[in-house]
Design a protein. Structure first.
Length: 287
């Protein structure tokens, strides 16, 4: 795959794109039309549910500050299509794929200062059509990471496999849950180190009137192969968002900011901007 070069102005471009996106988000939220309150509330809960039986294509832009030897900015656009399938009258299969496009600053001499595709990460969740006892919604299945990165610094260079699970419950305006994935390398480039990585994303959403909501969904990661004291990254923070409509298309937007209270290297705050397009009229696909 052709490597995408990042010029010396990439950091400025990152900042400009981030702030432009935030500005567009603000304008969109201020001028978005309203929909039926009950419909908007249900759409919000579907958008916040990572294994909802609704087709959606979230675009998540993550800007991380103080990365690498020069304390530069890393920017990652995550394209995350979710497609559900009806297997039987009682079971759904939810496919969730993460396709990262990354602008990487210089991490060390000769490493980084590039942009391109990262490692693609698909996950499959077997999930019951009806919630379990107590309103528990769950999904469980295999998760993979493929060595698709267009540059050495953008991926692990290993193909990995493991398990992923999602657990959540919806109680009134609250949606609370957790997404957990653990994968280990099973092949790939021989000159790259084996990997064993863990990801846990707890999420709490409080839905309010007119499509507004508060949210916190930090991504906690661990590298089990790293040395002691250098395994975990634990961010703390949150933000908010809004559901609005463009014609019949429901769109979910939110922004969150986090600070790494535990980190593997000198870091700082990072901001998330997500635009998730949900199609309430395009749900389960029959297999």
């Amino acid at each position: 795959m052709e490597e995408l070069s990042v010029k010396s102005g990439a950091g400025v471009q990152c900042h400009a794109r981030c702030w432009l996106s935030m500005g567009c988000l603000f304008v969109t939220l201020c001028h978005s039309g309203s929909a039926n309150a009950d419909d908007t509330s249900e759409i919000a809960k579907q958008a916040q549910n990572p294994i909802a039986s609704v087709i959606s294509v979230p675009f998540q832009n993550s800007t991380t500050f103080d990365v690498g030897e020069n304390s530069s900015v890393q920017d990652a656009l995550l394209i995350e299509p979710v497609v559900p399938f009806r297997l039987t009258a009682d079971w759904n299969l939810i496919t969730r794929t993460i396709i990262p496009v990354i602008e990487q600053p210089t991490l060390a001499p000769g490493l980084g200062n590039v942009g391109g595709l990262g490692d693609v990460q698909p996950s499959l969740y077997l999930s019951p059509v009806k919630p379990a006892f107590g309103g528990l919604i769950w999904g469980l299945g295999p998760s993979f990471s493929f060595a698709t990165a267009s540059d050495r610094s953008l991926g692990a260079g290993k193909n990995s496999a493991g398990l992923s699970t999602a657990l959540l419950t919806i109680q009134g305006p609250w949606l609370v849950g957790v997404l957990i994935t653990d994968v280990a390398s099973i092949g790939g480039q021989e000159d790259r180190k084996n990997v064993h990585s863990f990801l846990m994303q707890p999420f709490v959403d409080y839905n309010m009137s007119h499509g507004w909501y508060l949210a916190s969904s930090p991504i906690i990661t661990a590298n089990w192969k790293a040395t002691s004291g250098n395994k975990w990254t634990v961010p703390v923070g949150g933000g908010g968002g809004k559901i609005f409509h463009i014609g019949r298309q429901a769109v979910n937007t939110y922004i969150q900011a986090f600070d790494d209270v535990v980190q593997t290297h000198e870091g700082g705050t990072w901001a998330l901007l997500t635009i998730s397009q949900c199609s309430p009229n395009r749900g389960i696909k029959n297999s």
